[in-house]
Design a protein around this ligand. Structure first.
Ligand code: ADP
Length: 422
C-alpha cells in the first residue's frame, strides 16, 4: 500500500474510490501533502502541493474519486488504504439534498432540513461536515446546527450552536474560523437538564427560521443538524423533539436499524427516514478519549490550533461581574412558590455567590446586559475560565481570549471544567 518510505516521508498511491486513513500518534504531528491527482478530506478538496499539518490524536481520511498520490511525514499510529467506504452512499445523500434545493429555489420554498442521528462514534459529525462541504462546493450556504453538547463542534462543549457554511471547511481547522451562534447549556449531556435542552433546541430552530426568512440563499440551502449519541429512552424523545422543532424533512440514521425502525414508526409520514452505513474508518473512542477531545476543544478555543493564539489572563473583582447558573436544584412541588412548577426551576436563572468552588470552571459570557434580559435564551459571545480565586482580595483571575475588559459582565457557569496546563 505504502509505495515508498524514506526520510522524506511515506508515499501512498490511491486509485479512484480509495480512502487513505491515518491517525496521528500522541505528542506527534503529521504533515500531509497531495503530490498528484485529486483528493478530499471530509468533503473539502485538497490543494495540490499545500502542506497540511495535523496534530496529536487527529483521525483523518483522504478520499479520492479519481485517484491521487499522498505523502505523509511524521509519526502515525496507523496509516492504511481502504477500498470499502460508504462515500458513494453519502454522495447520493448529498445529491438528494441538492435536488431538494433546486426545487426549493424554483418554487421559492424551504430547502432541505436533515437531521443525522445514531449511536456515538458512527461518524455523525463527519457526515454533517461532508454534506455541508459538498453543499458549499456547489455555491450553497447550508446551516450546520450542532445539538451535540458533549463535543461542541460549532463552538465549545456545553453549548448548542449553528453556523452558516459558505465555504468548505479547512481540513486542518474544521469550522473554527467561522463565528457561530451559540447558546449556553452548561453540561456535557442533554440528560443533565432535559427541560433546558429542549428549550434551547427550540430557540435555536426559531433563530434559524428567522434567518431563513431574511435570506433566500440560506432558506434554499437548508440545514444539516448534528445530534449526540444518546438514542435510548429520554434520549430518543429528545431526537423526536429536535426533529419536530426544526421541522425536518429528512432523517439519516447511521448504523442502527432499531433506531431507524422506531423513527419510521414515530415520525410523520412526510419525513423521509434513511438508514446509512457507518464507515469502517470511524474510530471508537473510550470515555476517556471523549473527555480528552472535549478538553482539546476548549484548549483550541483559547490557544488556537497549533498554539497560534495568545490568550490573556487578568484579574477581575467579584463586583465587576454578575455570575449565574441556569437551573435551580430540584425542590418538591410543595416547597415551590405559588404558580411555579418544577419545570420552571430547570430554566431559572440562579445567582452564584463567588467561592473557591468556581475554580477551573468554564463560564459563558452572555450577550445579555442584565438579569432583566431573558438570559437563558440569549446567545453567548465568548468564554472564560476562572484560573485562580483570591477570597481576601475578592478577585478572580480569568483566562480569556482577549485582553481586559470583558465584553459583557454577565457570566454563566458551566459544570464543565478546564485545567490550564500544557
Ligand atoms: P460521531 O459524531 O458519530 O460521534 P465522528 O464523526 O465525530 O463520530 O467520528 C469519530 C472520529 O472518527 C473523528 O475523529 C473522525 O475524524 C474520525 N473519522 C470519521 N470518518 C473517518 C474515516 N473514514 N476514516 C478515519 N477516521 C474517520
Amino acid at each position: 500500500m505504502a509505495d515508498d518510505k524514506n526520510e522524506e516521508g511515506t508515499e501512498f498511491r490511491l486509485v479512484a474510490k480509495d480512502e487513505l486513513r491515518f491517525e496521528v500518534e500522541s505528542k506527534a504531528t503529521v504533515v500531509m501533502e497531495m503530490m498528484e491527482g485529486k483528493g478530499e478530506i471530509f468533503g473539502t478538496e485538497l490543494a495540490k502541493g499545500r502542506k497540511y499539518k495535523f496534530s496529536a490524536g487527529a483521525k483523518v481520511a483522504v478520499y479520492t474519486w479519481h485517484g491521487c498520490k499522498i505523502k505523509l511525514n511524521g509519526t502515525t499510529e496507523v496509516a492504511y488504504i481502504s477500498k470499502e467506504t460508504p462515500m458513494l452512499m453519502y454522495l447520493n445523500t448529498h445529491v438528494a439534498l441538492e435536488q431538494m434545493r433546486v426545487k426549493a429555489d424554483e418554487e421559492n420554498t424551504r430547502g432541505p432540513r436533515a437531521i443525522i442521528v445514531g449511536p456515538t462514534d458512527v461518524g455523525k459529525s463527519t457526515l454533517c461536515r461532508i454534506l455541508c462541504n459538498y453543499g458549499a462546493r456547489l455555491g450553497r450556504a447550508p446551516i450546520f446546527a450542532d445539538l451535540d453538547v458533549g463535543q461542541g463542534h460549532t463552538d465549545i462543549p456545553g453549548t448548542l450552536g449553528a453556523l452558516s457554511v459558505e465555504r468548505p471547511s479547512d481540513p486542518e481547522e474544521d469550522y473554527s474560523q467561522l463565528s457561530p451562534l451559540s447558546f449556553h447549556f452548561g453540561h456535557k449531556s442533554p440528560g443533565d437538564n432535559i427541560t433546558l435542552y429542549s428549550l434551547l433546541v427550540q430557540r435555536l430552530a426559531e433563530v434559524i427560521n428567522l434567518r431563513c426568512e431574511k435570506s433566500k440563499k440560506t432558506n434554499v440551502s437548508g440545514c444539516i443538524i448534528n445530534t449526540c449519541g444518546w438514542i435510548r429512552g429520554e434520549g430518543y424523545n429528545m431526537l423526536k423533539m429536535a426533529a419536530g422543532a426544526f421541522e425536518v424533512d429528512s432523517v439519516m440514521v447511521i448504523d442502527q436499524e432499531r433506531l431507524y425502525t422506531e423513527l419510521r414508526r414515530d415520525l410523520p409520514e412526510f419525513v423521509s427516514v434513511v438508514l446509512l452505513p457507518k464507515s469502517g474508518g470511524v474510530v471508537e473512542r473510550s470515555k476517556n478519549t471523549r473527555a480528552e477531545a472535549r478538553d482539546a476543544r476548549i484548549r483550541e478555543y483559547f490557544y488556537g490550533i497549533d498554539n497560534s493564539l495568545y490568550p490573556h489572563t487578568f484579574e477581575i473583582k467579584f463586583t465587576e461581574v454578575k455570575i449565574y447558573k441556569i437551573g435551580a436544584p430540584e425542590l418538591p412541588e410543595s416547597c415551590l412558590p405559588l404558580g411555579m412548577n418544577a419545570e420552571d426551576h430547570k430554566t431559572k436563572v440562579v445567582p452564584v455567590i463567588p467561592s473557591m468552588s468556581l475554580l477551573h470552571h468554564v463560564f459563558s459570557v452572555s450577550a445579555a446586559n442584565s438579569i432583566e434580559d431573558n438570559i437563558t435564551e440569549t446567545n453567548v459571545i465568548g468564554f472564560v475560565v476562572i484560573t485562580a480565586i483570591d477570597m481576601e482580595k475578592q478577585a478572580f483571575s480569568v483566562l480569556a481570549p482577549s485582553p481586559r475588559p470583558l465584553p459583557k459582565n454577565v457570566l454563566l457557569m458551566m459544570d464543565i471544567q478546564f485545567m490550564d496546563i500544557k
